[in-house]
Design a protein around this ligand. Sequence first.
Ligand code: AMP
Length: 256
Amino acid sequence: MRASAWNTHVSGAERLLGEDHVEGVLSDLFRRALSSYRTPDEISITVDYTDPEPVSYLRSLDVKTVIPSSCEEARDIAKGILGSNGVSPAVAGKAIYLLCSGPTPEGTNMRGAILMDALTGERLESDIRRGIRVSRIDYTEDARKAITRGLKDCGIYHERVIDALAVATKVASRTETIAELCWSDNPDYTTGYIASRRGGYVRVANLKEKGSVRGGRVFFVNPEGLDLAQYIHYLERQPLIIDSIGNISKPESVIR
Ligand code: AMP
């Protein structure tokens, strides 16, 4: 599902289901689109068939939450995590600047993610308005129940965490991916995340300024030996089901 208002992305969600479950999920996706922070003037729901053979199964990334007291501190933490994965401060700074200012030529949000060379900061996505859209991901019914319960137990439940964790788990599963940076377009939702295979899914509160409608995703990739077409094909087309859930930790305040 993709919802937009005045040609700007406001909400999106991906599911991967057996045929019998499609009808029930359509109304849920409509509800999600209509409860976006901005009323959409266009909602697209695309249903397409996926051959069940090549589905892969994964455990979701571990989830941690840190609560810095300011946006500045949150971005320092983000740069620190990106740095520990090999993304230089200059490249991390460029990614943060793009998400703050709007990464399209018009300064608006993209529909998908920026693909960034982690060494040079060069953008690698061929369409800089659409970007890369991670799709064909879902949880088994048991895994969805487990993640819902786990997030609730830690006091961090939000439907968007479930969706974003699935995206991040798929992106991190590729060895070409060094890390991912994300924050939402929703002006009231200021918690973003940095995800990586080594560090898991680290939610960072205050990563964006409250009231800002700018958001997006950046996938930092290792350019050495990168087969771009194959990498993008995997993220957009290869079906992936999360069938078990990683550790979920209670939020930690950052005291400096
Ligand atoms: P959201 O978390 O839905 O507010 O999305 C934040 C931003 O992430 C959007 O503005 C898009 O640029 C990007 N985005 C949303 N969904 C996807 C997806 N499935 N794959 C890649 N990027 C996405």
